[in-house]
Design a protein around this ligand. Sequence first.
Ligand code: NAD
Length: 368
Amino acid sequence: MGYRVTLIPGDGIGPEVTNAARQVADATGVEIDWEVVEAGEKAIKQSGNPLPDAVFDSIRKNRLALKGPITTPIGAGFRSVNVALRQQLDLFASVRPARAIAGEGTRYPETDLIVVREATEGLYSGVEHWVDRDHSAAETVNIITRKASDRIIKFAFELARRERRKHLTAVHKANIMKTTGALFQTAFREMAPKYPEILADERLIDNMCMQLAKKPSDYDMIVTTNLFGDILSDLTAGLAGGLGVAPGALFGDTLAVFEPVHGSAPKYAGSDKADPTAEILCVELLLRHIGETEAADRVFRAVWETIAEKKFVTYDLALPGYTLTPVPPSTCSAMAAEIARKVPIVDLDAPLPHPNVPSSAVHAHLET
Ligand code: NAD
């Protein structure tokens, strides 16, 4: 059976990394009919609108999308296309696994965490204004509702249960934000007893950052509000080896959009230097979501072996910090071609050359 998937190339390095991901997806042999729609800078040039109706129509129809990063101009100009997409399609759950892959030089090779972030409200609600005419004061409203808190916390506990994860930590700032923080905290405390097999605890956001930097292996899964989740998932991506290797998924009740944690990295746009791994691992997550488990395993294994061999790795994986022995960097397209070449021929039964091999159960949450 074939699948129809919306493909949004995005801005900056987006077209390069989505091309790479598409090449790898096609190498699995799973029949995917890609429906390409433009959002972001190209859409502005074409129609003056960064998020045309065609994007929403395509995602609603196909219920599956692979998305590249989209630039958000700082300050004046358009609102974030990414935030608008999440809000308008009610993609409320952002799931960001942080798995260390074959990087013997990464600081925390044992990292295997999942951040679940509420993606529709909080400080990203878009309710903000200048307080006075001189623009000497401004307000951004932090909207936290009981309904959205219950929904994301339930999603996280269900995910933990399906993944057989043992520990879920709620992250907030209820000591200072005594209404919004307390609301999220209360929702978590009231939901936790329904999942007695999962250790449920809480951390304040500042303490959580320190704890993760010190010993990430003390943590398993995190559930948090929008801004804290945005920051924490970049932090956990760094623990696992960097933005170049961190995939993500956005879920609504019926829709799923897969996008990397990283942004459009404009300075690398068009240079064929960007790491395609995060976008390729989004394909892995997408394949698991649609039940194409063997194809997903092949993609993961091909990525792992390519990174471990170090013959075709982009600059970020070729340097100390990721690898102990530096190697000459390869290009985005050469790395993607090598991963695609390996996909059909990898041996799924051979042991992976690294102690931290996530089990297939790690990804089972995406098989909804
Ligand atoms: P960024 O993630 O684009 O880049 C930060 C740095 O990380 C880059 O300069 C580069 O050194 C490195 N990096 C990121 N992705 C990489 C890759 N695939 N390979 C190698 N190195 C990589 O973050 P930024 O510079 O803060 O944001 C740039 C733009 O992207 C902004 O407009 C921002 O709003 C947008 N953004 C979009 C999304 C999204 O579409 N979901 C997410 C984050 C940021």
